[in-house]
Design a protein around this ligand. Structure first.
Ligand code: SF4
Length: 141
């Protein structure tokens, strides 16, 4: 929960379970996204920093750079993407949202996976997994 708001997109986030307070700042490139609060109509209990890119099912942590340690440690994911050395390079969150800071994986995703509009989630997952495996990645549950 947000304990205090300092203005300039700076907040103090309180963890009710660990009692920790963490200063968090909205990422400079996500201020506009953060200002759009429409997500809370459909998801009233969403994290105050969670946003969808308008018109897409892409989701973002708008405070990614300063997110609390528990978010870094927890790393929630539905599917995990590993590179050829077994290093974690991406997570699939929500239904079909890629979360990755790996430029090559992001490029493959944008050019090959996003255009695949299969409505059946299981079939989409099979195709996505095949595309990433062919590119040298491993997809794990
Ligand atoms: S990682 Fe998720 S839970 Fe943590 S601050 Fe960002 S949106 Fe919120």
């Amino acid at each position: 929960m947000i304990k205090e708001e300092y203005g300039d997109y700076r907040f103090l986030v309180h963890n009710n379970y660990t009692n920790e307070d963490t200063p968090v700042t909205v990422d400079p490139d996500k201020l506009g996204l953060f200002d759009d609060k429409s997500i809370f109509t459909a998801l009233p209990d969403a994290c105050p920093f969670f946003r969808f890119q308008p018109g897409t099912d892409k989701a973002w942590c708008t405070a990614h750079l300063t997110r609390p340690d528990i978010c870094r440690d927890y790393g929630c994911w539905r599917l995990l993407i590993l590179d050829h050395k077994g290093r974690r390079v991406g997570r699939i969150m929500n239904i079909r949202t890629l979360c990755s800071e790996n430029a090559l994986l992001t490029k493959i995703w944008e050019s090959c996976v996003e255009e695949h509009k299969e409505p059946d989630d299981r079939k989409w997952e099979e195709t996505m997994t095949r595309i990433l495996r062919n590119a040298g990645y491993t997809v794990r549950r």
